[in-house]
Design a protein around this ligand. Structure first.
Ligand code: TYM
Length: 339
């Protein structure tokens, strides 16, 4: 992928998205975002990033963070991100993200950051470490996106508010300095933008889950673990497989099944008519295992091929840095930094 310059128009539209290495990616990440990352490569030029700088807003063990970042990046290749076509790198390898974030901090208001539900949620869970990075997290995310002048950002529903603030910052900056940033659109998949916890279907499935691992399917769980987590998944009263507001557990499982098999809700209701929850939950578990099996195999191969993955990381970061520099130079010039 070549850096976009003023003189050379890009043929395909551009995408950026990121994932934080705050755990092993979960089925929610896969359905809500990662499988769209892979699918969108046919139509778009894509830039994907393991956002390790976002991950240190909570305290992490350094060796563990390094391993989680590596596993996450490797998993991205295993599930279909093609390094021949797309860029895939660590955020901390491209210093432009932090540089632009500082500048954008000066164009973002305390009031708008204070309204972010994710900030409120995380600061209530980590009262002993409400750091400034946690507060300005959405500004770094805006920098990630605006640095590459992308058209589209594939995300799950929980990132909606962060996307809105990113657009607001871009528009504010453009209003002052002229057309500097492309104002990006969010892209949500047709099904599964919000996959819920298996045991507590009123909250989202989270890769950072530690309290009860049965809440989350981690993409590196083995087949037996996946099946057993689905067998234990909380269902609702009654025994009917029906997509309805008063059936949050069953509806969540139906969403997972629909996302992986392409079947519609009425088709799923017909398929499991009279079957009972046990049979249905097993079928969902099996569909997940079938989806993950080739990913596990490829992950194993890639983990053994250290040189290949290292090469991808290095080459992608180099290309991304060149692209980032074009925007950054323009921004620095606009705000009045000396050449
Ligand atoms: P993160 O790492 O929490 O999640 C990565 C992606 O997975 C989606 N997702 C879900 N989708 C459906 N159901 C769920 N239960 C679920 N949980 C997570 C998220 O919406 C996300 O798309 N701040 C971001 C990372 C980020 C980023 C960016 C994303 C940093 N810079 C720039 C896009 C563009 C985050 O923490 O996602």
């Amino acid at each position: 992928m070549e850096p976009k310059s003023e003189s050379k128009a890009r043929e395909k539209k551009l995408i950026f998205s990121g994932i934080a290495p705050s755990g092993t990616p979960a089925l929610g990440n896969y359905i809500g975002a990662l499988r769209n990352w892979a699918a969108l490569q046919d139509e778009y030029d894509c830039i994907y990033c393991v956002v390790d700088m976002h991950a240190i807003t909570l305290r992490r063990d350094p060796a563990e963070l390094r391993k989680k970042s590596r596993d996450m990046l490797t998993l991205c290749i295993a599930l279909g991100i093609d390094p021949e076509r797309s860029l895939l790198f660590y955020q901390s390898h491209v210093s432009g993200h932090a540089e632009l974030a500082w500048i954008l901090n000066c164009f973002t208001y305390m009031g708008e950051l204070g309204r972010m539900t994710q900030f409120k949620d995380k600061s209530s869970k980590h009262e002993d470490n409400i750091n400034a990075g946690l507060f300005t997290y959405p500004v770094l995310m805006a920098a990630d996106i605006l640095l590459y002048n992308v058209d589209l950002v594939p995300i799950g529903d929980d990132q909606r508010q962060h996307m809105e603030i990113c657009r607001d910052i871009a528009i504010r900056f453009n209003n002052i300095y002229g057309d500097v940033f492309t104002v990006p659109e969010a892209y949500y998949g047709k099904v599964g933008a919000r996959i819920m916890s298996l045991q507590e279907p009123d909250r989202k499935m989270d890769k950072s889950e530690t309290a009860n691992p049965n809440n989350t399917i981690f993409l590196l769980d083995d087949a037996d673990t996946v099946i057993s987590k689905f067998k234990r998944a909380l269902t609702d009263s009654g025994s009917e497989v029906r997509f309805a507001e008063d059936k949050p557990g069953v509806s969540n499982l139906m969403t997972i099944y629909s996302a992986l098999t392409g079947r519609t809700m009425p088709e799923i209701e017909a398929e499991f008519d009279g079957a009972g929850y046990g049979k249905f939950k097993l079928a969902v578990g099996e569909a997940v295992v079938e989806t993950l099996r080739p990913i596990w195999k490829r992950f194993g191969e890639l983990t053994a091929d250290k040189a290949y993955v290292d090469g991808v990381i290095r080459a992608s970061a180099e290309k991304a840095s060149a692209m980032a520099e074009i925007t950054l130079n323009k921004v620095k010039d606009k705000v009045g930094f000396p050449a």
